[in-house]
Ligand binder design. Structure first.
Ligand code: ATP
Ligand code: MG
Length: 403
């Protein structure tokens, strides 16, 4: 068959209803850059197919791996192995035949056309009925618009006509980097990695802060935080993890405060420190894994007292979720197995099993007035360490930098 049809992967970015107006070209650019970075270890190029698609050509032996990688890129709605033809009816027919030989036989089918670039070919309904008739004649199958065994999609775009019979669901969401930067407080637990991931899915570039009690306990929690960040970096390609010592602060709090106030005091120190780091990184908000009333430190009165120390928005994407829902998500994104490894979390040190559920702001202020707060914060900041993570690991020189 003499046809100019080319085999490509068509990538549909964010669902069109998600974004409106002026934001779209910006998010589109961010998404294209992320696709290119995500594929940088495959050595394949991403081509723009406006208004919200991309096209990737791969050698056949790489197609499946590239497709799977693309499906895990945040912002991707679906990936379709497609035949691309030029805008002539004859070539479209040839492209459809290519697709038909790939899919094997079927008893019923539907054709779904969408003509985004109206300069070419016929209106979509007319294309659908013409192609429906042609396919029925070639294959002997019936048209069935309600429950077709096969659907043949035809998308008329400025770069060509894309014809496909199979599409793979992407992860969805908005491209990472499009919504700005946030700083996530990452413990070694189940919740905070899920919270960070939820914000990535809303287009945030997430940087991480982990507080540890080394040398009072082992480095185990730091290693876990690092493993979690490494894993989450698959979704955003570049991350920074700040490891901040809390041991000195904890010792001060231990001497000063009755057990039921300690967690709230630790948290306020965490927020103060995280806020400074966030400002330095030009981040706009903090993110935590708190979920309302899950533990006694996470009641509304306590959250209010903790928030007051942040002085910037604190985003809690899990606030209304049950533990069961959070665990399910953690399993899906692959952080659960890391989170359940044993460690020595700084917050389990020197605290009772239950905190006061209602801390009084004045009481907390009175306790803090007896601590050298600013000095402790400064010292912790001076002793922070920063770890960089990247994905894919072997980025070839000259590849574009992610946000
Ligand atoms: P997680 O599973 O995320 O640890 P949790 O249910 O155990 O959450 P807490 O231990 O009360 O809840 O912590 C509440 C939130 O405070 C965490 O989700 C996290 O964002 C932050 N946090 C707690 N401990 C640390 C830590 N050591 N370093 C950084 N952030 C922390
Ligand atoms: Mg915890």
């Amino acid at each position: 068959m003499d046809t100019k049809a080319e085999r490509v992967l068509l990538v549909a970015l964010f669902h069109e209803l998600v974004l409106k107006g002026n934001n779209r070209p910006f998010f589109y650019r961010v998404a294209l850059r992320n696709l290119q970075v995500a594929l940088s270890d495959f050595g394949v190029r991403v081509r723009r197919v406006p208004p919200q698609f991309a096209e990737v050509r791969t050698p056949p032996e790489l197609e499946q791996a590239v497709r799977e990688r693309l499906c895990s890129v945040i912002g991707v709605e679906y990936v379709a192995p497609a035949w691309r033809t030029r805008h002539t009816w004859e070539e479209v027919l040839q492209g459809v035949q290519r697709v038909l030989t790939e899919v094997g036989s079927f008893a019923s089918f539907a054709v779904r056309c969408r003509r985004t670039d109206k300069r070419f070919l016929f209106p979509a309904p007319e294309m659908e009925s013409r192609l429906g008739a042609a396919i029925a004649e070639w294959t002997g199958a019936r048209v069935n618009l309600t429950q077709p065994e096969r659907t043949i999609w035809v998308r008329v775009l400025s770069e060509g006509v894309y014809i496909f019979a199979e599409r793979f669901e992407g992860i969805g969401g908005l491209p990472v980097g499009g919504s700005g930067r946030v700083v996530a407080l990452l413990s070694g637990g189940i919740d905070s990695p899920v919270a960070a991931w939820r914000m990535m899915l809303r287009g945030c570039q997430v940087e991480f802060v982990h507080f540890h009690s080394f040398p009072l306990v082992s480095r185990r929690s730091q290693e876990k935080a690092r493993q979690l960040v490494q894993h989450l970096t698959r979704y955003q390609y570049r991350s920074r993890l700040f490891l901040v010592p809390l041991a000195e602060i904890q010792q001060h709090v231990l001497v000063l405060a009755p057990p039921e106030f300690r967690v709230v005091l630790y948290r306020r120190f965490m927020y103060r420190i995280a806020k400074r780091i966030a400002r330095q990184l030009r981040a706009h908000a903090l993110v935590t894994g708190e979920s309302l009333a899950q533990v006694s430190s996470q009641t509304l009165p306590n959250l209010a007292v903790i928030d007051a120390a942040a002085e910037m928005p604190v985003l809690r994407p899990l606030i209304g979720m049950s533990k069961h829902e959070i665990v399910e998500l953690a399993r899906r994104i692959g952080t659960y197995e890391i989170s359940i490894q044993p460690d020595e979390d700084c917050c389990s040190l020197f605290v009772p099993r239950h905190s006061a559920t209602r801390s009084d702001p004045e009481q907390i202020a009175a306790l803090e007035a007896r601590l050298p707060v600013e000095e402790l914060v400064q010292r912790a900041l001076q002793e922070q360490e920063c770890v960089h993570e990247r994905f894919p690991l072997r980025v070839p020189p000259g590849a574009p930098e992610p946000a």
